[in-house]
Ligand binder design. Structure first.
Ligand SMILES: Nc1ccn([C@@H]2O[C@H](COP(=O)(O)OP(=O)(O)OP(=O)(O)O)[C@@H](O)[C@H]2O)c(=O)n1
Ligand SMILES: [Ca+2]
Length: 497
């Protein structure tokens, strides 16, 4: 028994010197790793915010974006955190009572005030961008448009955000920023992947934007937007067709059928059994059609549905000019368009309409799309109403026209074929953020997409911690070995005293 006790006492690791060194070493390692980890740990997430109001022709929507406070420059990090649809029509509809345009926005801005933390309010930029509705009002009556902007600015300045101004976007900007949004959210820009074209269908204008190898801007400089993003150059083709949004296209289509000012229009784009009395003055109250107003027409007309897809398509085709083109190739109305290339994302009214019609799946062949539309258009209006009790009647009445218009615009207007139609994806949101021009607009104005690729730390945080720990352990082992001369001699066969 006593011999065993002596062996234990002679264990060389149990001498006071090594015990002290070991304890100091362990404390040093723990201290070193703790300091390194604490010093370099990611700070608790703090967010910054940006607010954009999309003042469209048919309605206004407010979007709040947020991103981690320290990482303004990294891609894929800005996300939509709130969207609020403003009640009532677009701001251009308040031309005769501009103050109402300002007032209409306050409910959504109140929501924004609640959502953004108080201490961030004063540094949160707030932008309002108006699109085709205000473009048209500006053409028609520029002083009315100025008054609407004054009223809107007054209302926005009452909120504690950093108001950066309200303005009309050009069609080029609207198209280009829609393209930036889609490709930013898809992470295609920083990773230099093939980009996705953007198709936006609004109420008053429609945009097409894409990168094509056979387009460098020389053919048609008005359609070119050059970007340098994350170290890559993009020559974007973009065009906005004013008056070819879905509501104005409907006016143009009706105007085609009311040239002589008849008392009744038998409209193939509306369901059989649909009949409404409409005012000529309301129909022609838009610069898109005002020059076509029939002389000596009665005050009203009976708008009666006939529900015939192919005849509807014939009338819709008449609102496009396909005959003249001074370039190598055109879409329509003498507008240059390079060869379609790559995948496309189609959003806003493209999505609303195709989603309603259950046609968002583009693997459905175009012939089947046409068949289904023919069947839908031929469905009696009473039956349509019965089948969709929750849908606003104004929207519901127009889906036959809208579906026909979309198919015609894509295939006859932009020249999509059965082969490349499946390249289109109808989308509403990408990773939780709405597809549309607003995010691209804010990223641009806040310089959030750098021209050159940002430097990133060579190691992720977990890798850094592991390496520090391993090196500290190695140093400790080396240190212990360097003390070898101090180690007490230990014999393989301890002597029994
Ligand atoms: N559930 C919905 C919502 C909207 N719409 C229609 O979609 C069109 C508007 O789309 P939107 O992208 O909101 O247009 P705006 O931005 O208001 O117009 P613009 O971009 O031309 O200024 C309108 O015709 C509206 O009637 C629809 O058919 N179904
Ligand atoms: Ca829009």
């Amino acid at each position: 028994m006593s011999a065993q006790r002596d062996m234990k006492e002679k264990n060389p690791w149990h001498t006071p010197v090594t015990i002290i060194f070991s304890v100091i070493g362990v404390i040093a390692i723990v201290a070193l790793v703790t300091v390194a980890v604490l010093q370099n740990r990611p700070l608790p997430q703090k967010y910054k915010y940006g607010i954009v109001l999309d003042a469209g022709s048919s309605h206004t929507a407010l979007y709040i974006y947020e991103w981690p406070a320290e990482k303004d420059n990294n891609t894929g990090r800005v996300e939509q955190t709130l969207s609020c649809k403003v009640d009532g029509p677009g701001i251009s509809s308040y031309a005769s009572a501009p103050w109402k345009a300002g007032k209409s926005l306050t409910k959504c801005l109140e929501q924004a005030r609640q959502k953004v933390p108080v201490k961030r309010h004063s540094e949160t930029p707030l932008y309002l961008g108006a699109t085709a509705g205000m473009r048209l009002l500006n053409l028609e009556d520029s002083s009315a448009s100025t008054k609407v902007f004054q009223a809107v600015e007054e209302a926005l300045q009452k909120f504690p955000f950093s108001f950066q101004g309200a303005r009309i976007l050009s069609g080029q900007e609207e198209g280009a920023f829609g393209w930036v949004t889609v490709n930013y959210l898809d992470d295609r820009l920083e990773q230099n992947l093939q980009t996705r074209g953007a198709l936006d269908l609004g109420g008053a204008s429609t945009q097409i934007s894409f990168v094509s190898d056979n387009f460098d801007g020389s053919d048609s400089p008005d359609n070119a937007v050059a970007f340098r993003l994350y170290g890559n150059d993009y020559n974007l083709y973009t065009h906005s067709f004013l008056c070819y949004g879905k509501d104005q296209a409907l006016r143009k289509t009706l105007a085609q059928q009311t040239k002589s000012g008849p008392g009744t229009i038998l409209d193939p784009c509306f369901h059989p059994g649909y009949t409404e009395t409409k005012n000529y003055s309301v129909l022609y109250d838009s610069p898109c059609v005002s020059d076509r107003k029939p002389q000596g027409a009665p005050a009203t007309f009976n708008h009666t549905g006939k529900g015939n897809f192919s005849r509807c398509q014939e009338v819709v085709k008449r609102i496009f000019n396909f005959t003249e083109c001074k370039y190598s190739q055109c879409s329509f109305n003498e507008v240059f368009q390079p060869r379609l290339q790559g995948p496309f994302g189609a959003f806003s009214a493209y999505y609303f309409v195709m989603n309603f019609l259950n046609l968002t799946d583009t693997s459905i062949p175009l012939e089947v799309v046409t068949e289904r539309l023919s069947r839908y258009c031929a469905t009696p209006w009473n039956q349509v109403k019965e089948q969709h009790p929750g849908v606003k009647l104004k929207y519901l009445a127009e889906y036959c026209f809208s579906g026909t218009y979309i198919v015609t615009l894509l295939t006859k207007g932009y020249n999509f074929t059965s082969e490349n139609y499946p390249n289109i994806k109808f989308i509403k949101k990408i990773k939780g953020s709405d597809a549309g021009w607003t995010l691209g607009y804010m990223l641009n104005l806040t310089n959030m997409i750098p021209a050159e690729a940002p430097d990133s730390p060579p190691l992720p945080y977990a890798g850094y911690v592991s390496i520090v720990t391993v090196i500290a352990l190695l140093l400790f082992v080396l240190f212990i070995f360097s003390l070898r001369p101090l180690w007490p001699r230990c014999s393989k066969h301890p002597q029994i005293i």
